[in-house]
Structures are given as C-alpha cells and as structure tokens.
Design a protein around this ligand. Structure first.
Ligand code: FE2
Length: 448
C-alpha cells in the first residue's frame, strides 16, 4: 500500500498520483498555486484515489462559499463510490466531509479530530480542521487541535513548519502572545515563505498595538510572503490596518488598490478584507472614492448565490450594501439571513446569535440610529467569536460600537470600550484618537 511522506496510508494512488497529492497538499498548506488543479491531475491518472477525491472536496469546501459546495459534493460522491476499499482514515474523512456538506461544521470538526486521533500526522485533516476551527470561531481548538498532534511531529517531517504556523496562530487567538510569536518565528526559520506563520506573528503585533513592529516585520519580509502567494492579500490587509492606526489613510488605500481589491474579487475571502478595510475608513469618515461601490457591486452580484450560507460573509456583505445605501439589496440580504436562522445547521446559530444582530446594527448605524446600533453591538460583542474570524477581524465590531457611542452622545460608553483598547494596545494611535474624542465629548462623573 502507498503511503504519503508522513506515513499516512492511501488507497488507490499510484506513484504519480502520490506525487501530485504531495504537491497539492503543500499548495494547500502554503497558499501557493492551485491544489484543485494539481489533485485533478492525480485523479485523472488514478480515478480510484480516495484521498485525492477527498482532498478536492475539502479544499473546495474550506473556501467557505456556497458556490463550491456542489463541486465538493461531487468529489465526495466520487470518494464514496470507492468507499468499500477505503481505509479507516478515508472512511473518517468521508464522514467528516459529508457533515460539512450538510452544514454541520462543528460535528465535522469533531469527526476530523477522530481521524487525527488515529492519524496525527494527517496533514490534510489537520489543515482542514484548523480552517474549520477558524470559521467556527473556535479559538481553543485553533490551538489545541494542533497541540494534540504536535508530539507526533518533528522537523524531519515534510510540512512541519506549517504545523508550527497553525499552532502559532492558535496560541495567538488564545492570547498567548509571547509563545505565539516564538512559535511563528520557529516556523519561519524552517519555511520563511509560510504566509500563515507570518500572519500569526503579525496578529501578535496587532493585538498588542505594536504598530511599528508590525509594519517593519511585514515590509522587510514581503519578498518571502507576498510573491505568488494566495494568502498575501490578507497580510497586505494587516499591513493596511497598521497604517490605519497612524491615520495614514493614503497608504492603506494604496494597499487596497494594489493588493486587497485590485480588481473584481474572484473569491469572498479577499472581498471580506476589502469590505472590512473600507468599513473602518467609513467609521473615520474618510473619502474612499468609488471603492465601496465597487466592493458592493461584487457582493450584490453574489447575493442570490451566497446569502444565508455563512453569517460572517453575510455580515460583511451587509456593511458594503449599507455603506452604499443599497436599501433593497440590504433588505433582501436580511430576509435571507432570517431564513438561514430557521435551518438546522451551524450557520443558523451563527446567524441568529451574531450575523443578523450585527447586520441590524450596521443598518442602524448608516441610518444614523447610533444609540440603537450601540445597544445591538454591545449585546453581541463578547460572543461574536461564534461566527468565526479572528480577534483582529472582529475588532471592527468594537470600533463600530465606540463610534456609535460617540455619535449618540454616550461619551462614557465610548470611553469605557476605548479604555479597554488603550490598556491592551497602549501604543495604538487609533485608541488615543478615540479617547481624545470621548474626553472632549463629556466629562466623567466619578473619575478623571
Ligand atoms: Fe488575520
């Protein structure tokens, strides 16, 4: 029986298919090239390659767009057609992929973990599990899923750096900043081009308000993480956030134009970042030209297909539609989200608990109902991890809450949440700007 380079047994693969599987796996881990095209080469040569079909299904599914679900389901069916020959790992991945396609993300994540219990060096299962933990906002398992397999890995195994990169990000999302940074640097000492490990270190700098460190880290390493990397848009987005902190709006917009949204988006992940960047600028009343219109065009073109699939996507669509005054499209999106809450899948709870209230808050904000926006945002802020994303992405909720509080005259409320920001990010100029506005808005009754 064939095994991959980490000793994972694979049914139905010849030597060529195995070679393509390894290449596709590294493309998936490193965000380089097109792993689906690569694994398709393997499947053409070896149609009975079960893990090849599963890799295709999982790579497509973890793009988190409804439009890829039929293709993922097709690949799963191709795997199932050979399930009589499948080994235990492949049976486990078939079950997990089926749960994903049913929209039962948390059950799928547990199912993937059972595969990892028996095959802790299954780099495909680990990568998919990590991404689903991210989409589920499961910070504990962003760290601990990797912790549970880490003793089975060492530097002699291909892809070890990616495992460290994942662990670094999980540590960061669990607020273990020194450990996260050291682990990310360890990953980068092995594979300097690992954009996910770069990203983990950058998140540490973002969360601690180490703005200059973040800019220097990204700029000096750009030659490693940017060229040809499908994840570079997101690290450029982080660089833009650092520039926003210092109110260097021109630099942030230049990065937007060149790297975050240089053309109509092909995928939703960069469209989310484009939206989140423009929304932050919207909060600061910065003129962004026609950029929000172009981003809203991208969302509106996808509304029929994607609305109601994933609350995190929908909430970003809502920001673009709201900021550009597209009332009818926003109402249509809201209806679709209300429908989504009645489904029995993971997204139903995400939409009910976070996505829909956030969309209603954003709507209230653009209509000038700032007190209403602030109240809605307060009610979801501390549980908003449940619809996925990172702390840095969800910071937009707090920023919108503070801005809503300032605009509604609730200066003490604005000061309250800005104080949290100042404590965690003492060097952040954005926090200082908000603090100054809150201080000038109204005096405190019991403290200086
Ligand atoms: Fe990030």
């Amino acid at each position: 029986m064939k095994k991959d380079l980490r000793g994972i047994p694979l049914i139905g693969a010849d030597a060529f298919a195995l070679d393509r599987y390894e290449s596709a796996l590294e493309q998936f881990q490193g965000y380089v090239g097109d792993p689906v095209a690569t694994i398709d080469e393997a499947l053409q040569a070896s149609p009975g390659f079960i893990a090849g079909h599963l890799m295709k299904a999982l790579v497509l599914y973890t793009l988190a767009e409804r439009k890829f679900v039929p293709l993922a389901a097709q690949a799963l069916e191709a795997a199932r057609a050979h399930s009589a020959q499948a080994n235990d790992r492949e049976q486990g991945l078939i079950a997990a992929t089926g749960l994903l396609i049913e929209g039962r993300w948390q059950a799928a994540s547990r199912s993937i973990d059972h595969v990892l219990a028996n095959h802790p060096r299954d780099a495909l299962a680990l990568q998919v599990g990590h991404l689903m933990d991210f989409y589920c906002g499961d910070a504990l398992n962003l760290r601990n899923r990797v912790s549970r397999v880490l003793p089975h890995w060492d530097a002699s195994l291909p892809g070890y750096s990616y495992v460290l990169g994942m662990h670094a990000f999980g540590l960061e999302e669990m607020n273990q900043y020194p450990e996260a940074e050291a682990t990310a640097l360890g990953a980068l000492s092995i594979q300097p081009k690992d954009g996910w490990a770069v990203h983990a270190a950058v998140h540490v700098m973002e969360m601690r308000g180490r703005i200059e460190d973040g800019i220097n880290f990204l700029v000096t390493r750009e030659i490693d993480w940017a060229p040809g990397n499908g994840f570079a848009f997101h690290n450029f987005w982080h660089l833009a956030l650092f520039y926003l902190d210092g109110a260097h709006h021109d630099r942030a917009l230049s990065l937007f134009d060149r790297h975050v949204h240089p053309e109509p988006a092909s995928f939703l992940l960069p469209l989310i970042d484009a939206t989140a960047l423009l929304w932050r600028l919207h909060l600061e009343d910065v003129d962004v030209g026609d950029r929000f219109e172009r981003v809203a065009d991208d969302w509106q073109a996808r509304l029929d297909g994607e609305a109601g699939f994933y609350a995190f996507n929908d909430a970003h669509a809502a920001m673009a539609l709201a900021a550009t005054g597209r009332e009818s499209a926003l109402a249509q999106l809201t209806l679709r989200m209300q429908d989504a809450t009645r489904q029995g899948d993971t997204n139903a709870a995400m939409t009910r608990d976070v996505g829909l209230p956030l969309t209603e808050a954003v709507t209230a904000f653009v209509h000038g109902r700032y007190a209403d926006a602030a109240a809605r945002l307060e009610s979801i802020r501390d549980g908003a991890h449940r619809f996925g994303g990172s702390h840095a992405q969800r910071d937009l909720i707090t920023l919108t809450l503070i801005e809503s509080a300032l605009r509604s005259g609730a200066a003490n409320l604005a000061r309250h949440y800005t104080a949290e920001r100042l404590t965690h990010k003492p060097a952040s100029q954005w926090g200082a700007r908000l603090w100054a506005r809150a201080q000038s808005a109204a005096p405190l009754s019991s403290a200086a």
